[in-house]
Design a protein around this ligand. Sequence first.
Ligand code: NAD
Length: 260
Amino acid sequence: EKLLQNQVAFVTGAGSGIGKAAAIKLAKNGGKIALVDLHKENVEEVKKQIEAIGSEALVLEANVSQPAEVENCYQKTMDQWGRLDVVFANAGINGEVTPIEDMEPKDWDLTISNNLTSTFLTVKYAIPHLKSKGGSIIITSSINGNRIYKNIGMSAYSTSKIGQMGFGKMAALELAHYRIRVNIICPGAIETNIGENTWRENEKLKKVQVPIEYPEGDQPLEDGPGKPEQVADLVLFLASSQSSHITGSEIYIDGAQSLL
Ligand code: NAD
């Protein structure tokens, strides 16, 4: 029997990177997957890959920072399969990389709503569908919540990522009585399309007088940047009953980058 046999997983940001790898991994392990993303063409492609491995997928084009869109995606998932077991709240953007004094309020708002408000919405609107039998929610934060000095210019991103940690722990507390587990994963640098953290070449950031020593090779485990598939292995573990006693945890997957 596969780990997620007959289960339904809802994955945001499923068109690319970590979300795509997780959707495929969960499907290989028996899950039926609701694929949520801004970019329909990308999730259509992921759906094809999932069907090729013998599972089912649903394409849901939506902006997860919009309450009605998130609620509607869950409704369509329930209409399709009649159940929900796993939620991977993963969609995110880097947003503007610029000093705080140059950060436009609208750019701040975009990153916060896209990364943090979206997480609240994705968790909130899952609860009615999970509460009768429990389930597992996984939130993608980042080492960049705690390890901010390595990423100057990403104030909104860091705020959103550390906000997800606090929110995820509160959700774990509030939802434990429904047997809904909530865990937070904190990847280091992972090879995806999210864009380079371009602070080293960013002209505006030259005026931020932070003396940073950036050692060559900033990852103790010298196996190169992480792969989305490696993060997907952790997502599968947290989604499945193999992690049945784990909730409210913050799990780093970064080759010990966050220790430097
Ligand atoms: P990615 O750009 O490859 O994929 C992110 C996906 O999310 C894209 O398909 C995008 O269209 C989608 N998305 C973004 N905003 C959305 C919205 N409002 N509604 C619906 N879909 C939306 O990036 P990734 O690296 O796979 O990022 C996934 C998560 O991992 C993000 O939360 C990111 O902050 C986090 N993360 C990434 C890294 C890394 O190094 N790549 C490190 C730590 C954390």
